[in-house]
Design a protein. Structure first.
Length: 344
């Protein structure tokens, strides 16, 4: 049953109660309340944690129809794609050296192919090779929730046969016109790709938005080849920024983020899906979780912004982000999931 105060907190928004997506339990305790700090839409929403499996989620949450209003045109991932900012040569060289070591030793990819492909990465975002690297040349890749298409275009430039799905018609059309991408306007389950069609499926900051994560991952498993890999980038609930900023954590992003995962709850989710297994968790040293959370905190406590000016934060955050990543407490993680071969 939905508490009356939860309904009253979002007047005019149609809400629905949900159970835990992993264990089906409705026994959850309140973590905090949040509001739409990013786009400024009205309402406050309750975030809870399942007492059985620790999955954290929005409950009650807006219905699918009501949630559309919380994705306005100014929502950042839906804005027109812009060129990538210039990356200093020294930074690019350091990132490539780090990536070459990670992918040839950590993930055991072919060293020659890794180094050849890294040489062709010039204008991609600086952390692009740290998140995901192509496992073989000329494969077929699907980006779920491809948004403006800027990352899908990067894969296309590396020689992949690239496809995308995007539920926003305007955003999907923009990706098609801007980059000439093959983007289908639909949910993944409605796209009806053939069995075993893709070598790689990427979900770049999509999992937290999914209404039915188990069903979507089951579809990902179906369309992957026998040795296919799914690459999932998402916020890390067990992050230093979340521990520090609590209710002001940037990645709560209510009510768009319906679920919040830690590596532990993600493993439980994959076990629920079946037929896929987690191979590796890559902690990515991104800084926006810290800077965004600090900005939200200063909105409510302006004296903090005056006591600690922006130039101080800009110098403190990058090393803090790297330290958090090295400690396994980064704000963003990239998870590698492989399809499990079926027994004959």
């Amino acid at each position: 049953m939905i508490p009356a105060e939860a309904i009253a907190a979002a007047p005019g928004v149609e809400l629905e109660p949900v159970r835990c997506a992993i264990c089906g339990s409705d026994g959850a305790h309140e973590v905090c309340w949040g509001r739409d700090r990013l786009c400024g839409q009205p309402g406050e929403f309750r975030i809870v944690e399942c007492g059985g499996c620790s999955l954290t989620y929005l409950n009650p949450r807006p219905t699918a129809r009501a949630l559309e209003a919380f994705y306005p045109n100014e929502y950042p991932p839906h804005r027109p794609a812009a060129g990538n900012p210039a990356v200093p040569n020294r930074t690019r060289m350091w990132v490539k050296a780090w990536a070459a070591r990670w992918y040839t030793r950590g993930l055991q990819f072919d060293p020659v192919h890794v180094r050849e492909t890294l040489c062709r990465i010039e204008d991609f975002p600086p952390y692009f090779p740290l998140g995901f690297f192509p496992t073989k040349p000329g494969g077929r890749l699907l980006d779920v929730g491809c948004g403006s298409g800027i990352y899908l275009h990067a894969f296309q430039k590396l020689g992949w046969e690239a496809y995308g799905v995007e539920i926003s018609p305007g955003v999907a059309e923009r990706a098609r016109k801007t980059f000439g991408l093959n983007v289908i306007t639909s949910e993944l389950e409605e796209a009806r790709f053939p069995d075993g069609y893709f070598d790689v499926v990427t979900l770049i900051h999509v999992m937290e938005h999914l209404r039915h994560p188990v069903r979507t991952l089951q579809e990902v498993r179906r369309i992957l080849t026998a040795d296919g890999i799914a690459v999932v980038a998402l916020p890390n609930l067990r992050s230093l920024a979340r521990l520090l900023f609590r209710a002001h954590w940037f990645h709560w992003d209510v009510p768009r983020h319906l679920y919040h995962y830690s590596p532990t709850s993600l493993r439980r989710l994959l076990a629920k899906v079946g037929g896929i297994r987690l191979v590796r968790v890559n902690h990515v040293p991104v800084a926006n979780g810290f800077t965004g959370s600090w900005a939200y905190l200063c909105q409510e406590h302006p004296h903090l912004g005056k006591a600690c000016p922006g130039w101080v934060i800009s110098r403190l955050v990058p090393p803090l982000a790297w330290a958090a990543a090295l400690a396994g407490l980064s704000d963003s993680i990239v998870v590698y999931v492989r399809k499990v071969a079926e027994c004959p």
